[in-house]
Design a protein around this ligand. Structure first.
Ligand code: ADA
Ligand code: CA
Ligand code: CA
Length: 299
């Protein structure tokens, strides 16, 4: 392994790295002074990893915290790939970062923790601005399964905006019935779907996180222009699905996202006129295009 770092703090900083909580090794390392916080150097490290998922923790032994960590590179005789840092707490001195590699804070909700639970007995209809205060909205209906026809937690009408919300694990997430803007939204465990476009809409969603979607994250059941920016989506069947066998004009753009583990693909549509584009993003353990039966671009 090699760790690229910068230390403009003057003195060297000591740290150690544990493999699986120390069960598979603990290694001391020193981040020497590099002269500036943007002058990068690399420290090499020899690790023994075990088969399957390994948890690596880099822990400061100095009261000043770690150096600036740019990236880790793991290489070896066997094929290795990065796992997910979702749900793993991370901190370093006075700053905290959401993970490593492309999985950075610009790709997350500004709601970094749940500020309370709101139980939802019937769908919340949003017709203007709605600020959820970073609370989690948990439906008392629905069962978190793939059963069709479940009511949504939120129904967004034309011109609405939804901000600072955790969407709970029951019901059918968010239904959109007209142009809507969503910001700082997290699905910790996607229920049937995270969000469905139910009638014609321009949808913009920024700074969101979605985890554990058994099937779809975004279901497109009507004509839509959909912009998704700054996101982390981990574990899904697919991120976008235009309703099977249907053909609504659909134009989807995904920018600055970290996408990990799609069992199907990031994009899927059966419609030749549908355009789905991925830009400036990290994709791990997933293919972008399900097939060539629609216009699928990745750059
Ligand atoms: C399934 C189902 C569709 C639609 C969709 C949804 O894909 O086949 O008809 O109901 O789920 O919107 O949840
Ligand atoms: Ca469904
Ligand atoms: Ca659904």
């Amino acid at each position: 392994m090699a760790i690229r770092y910068a230390n403009g703090g003057g003195a060297a900083r000591a740290a150690h790295l544990t493999v699986n909580d120390g069960g598979n090794g603990q290694h001391s390392l020193t981040f020497e002074n590099t002269g500036a916080w943007t002058a990068w150097q690399t420290v090499p490290l020899q690790l023994d990893l075990v088969q399957g998922v390994n948890i690596l923790q880099l822990i400061s032994d100095s009261s000043e915290g770690l150096a600036n960590i740019d990236h880790l590179v793991v290489s070896g005789a066997e094929q290795v790939s990065a796992g997910s840092c979702a749900g793993v707490d991370s901190s370093s001195g006075s700053t905290s970062s959401g993970g490593l590699g492309g999985d950075d804070n610009s790709r997350r909700s500004a709601c970094t923790s749940v500020q309370g639970t709101e139980f939802v007995n019937s769908t919340i209809r949003v017709a203007g601005p709605f600020d959820g205060g970073c609370r989690e909205y948990v439906a008392t209906f629905g069962d978190g399964s793939q059963q069709e026809g479940q009511d949504p937690v939120f129904r967004l009408e034309r011109g609405s905006s939804l901000t600072n919300v955790f969407v709970g694990p029951n019901g059918d997430g968010i239904h959109v019935h007209g142009d809507a803007t969503l910001t700082n939204i997290t699905w910790r465990d996607v229920a049937e779907d995270a969000l469905t476009v139910k009638s014609e809409a321009n949808v913009t969603i920024r700074n969101f996180e979605a985890y554990k979607a058994a099937d779809k994250v975004f279901q497109l059941n009507a004509k839509t222009t959909f912009l998704a920016q700054n996101c982390t989506v981990v574990d899904m069947g697919k991120m976008f699905r235009e309703n099977g066998g249907k053909c609504y004009p659909a134009n989807v753009t995904v920018e600055n996202c970290h996408l990990d583990r799609a069992s199907d693909a990031i994009f899927r549509s059966d419609c030749g006129s549908t355009v789905m584009t991925l830009r400036n993003s990290t994709v791990l353990n997933a293919k972008v295009c399900y097939s060539n039966s629609f216009q699928c671009h990745s750059n």
